[in-house]
Write a protein that binds this ligand. Structure first.
Ligand SMILES: [Zn+2]
Length: 236
């Protein structure tokens, strides 16, 4: 295997042979981008790449690339290293510099992405903490109100018990048939009793005692109206 002749070297702007193997195409693309020269071997699926034209540079960086064979994937990596390490001419150092700068820019861009992620996540964390603190504050306010309501309910329950005891004392034997005296039952009983009293009062012949008892009866009728009204208003 030998180069056809020195005039067959192809510059970076000329058409280079193509191949269907991806790693082969990648290696050639890289060399071309770096301004290297290419020398196809006639009759073989291989070629030589060189950082400079051999006529203009003594012992230039070079590499033979085979389109087949094992370990082809590492060829692109190896060539990339040669391109970076090439010390021939200013053009080469600009390429290396540009690649370094691009690599650095990639890193910086990635770092910027992560910093933005950081800011977004810190922002979300702050919002979550703030909401949690609001809820804790609300919870302590709610606890105060809950305690107040329990105390109030206890007080009302005591009022209810003492009213029930007073009623029980007043009712005495009147409600032995009721396990738990309901207020409207008792009001009905008041009505019945007032009605019976009215009937009895009508039977009284003497005017003076009848008038006194009638006045008392009228007072009770007024209280009955008030009781009925309280029952309708929801036992206020
Ligand atoms: Zn070189």
């Amino acid at each position: 295997m030998a180069p056809s002749n020195e005039d067959s070297w192809l510059g970076a702007t000329e058409d280079w042979p193509d191949h269907d193997k991806p790693w082969f195409r990648e290696a050639l693309r890289m060399a071309r981008r770096a301004g290297w020269f290419c020398l196809p071997f006639s009759g073989h699926s291989a070629l030589k790449v060189s950082c400079s034209h051999p006529a203009k540079q003594d012992r230039p960086c070079s590499m033979i690339i085979f389109s087949s064979g094992v370990g082809g994937e590492s060829v692109a990596r190896e060539l990339s290293k040669k391109i970076r390490n090439c010390q021939h001419g200013d053009r080469r150092s600009s390429i290396v510099e540009a690649e370094l700068l691009l690599g650095k820019a990639e890193n910086l861009a990635e770092a910027a992405h992560r910093l933005i992620d950081r800011d977004v996540s810190f922002g979300r964390a702050d919002a979550a903490y703030a909401r949690a603190e609001e809820l804790i504050e609300c919870l302590s306010e709610c606890t105060d109100e809950i305690n107040h309501l329990f105390a109030e309910a206890d007080g009302f329950e005591l009022d209810a018990k003492s009213a029930a005891e007073a009623a029980q004392t007043l009712l005495g034997d009147e409600v032995v048939d009721l396990t738990s005296p309901a207020s409207d039952d008792v009001v009905t009983r008041v009505e019945d009793t007032v009605q019976s009293a009215r009937t009895e009062i009508r039977k009284i012949g003497q005017a003076a005692p009848r008038r006194t008892l009638k006045a008392h009866l009228d007072g009770l009728v007024a209280r009955l109206v008030a009781l009925r009204s309280r029952l309708t208003e929801g036992k206020q």
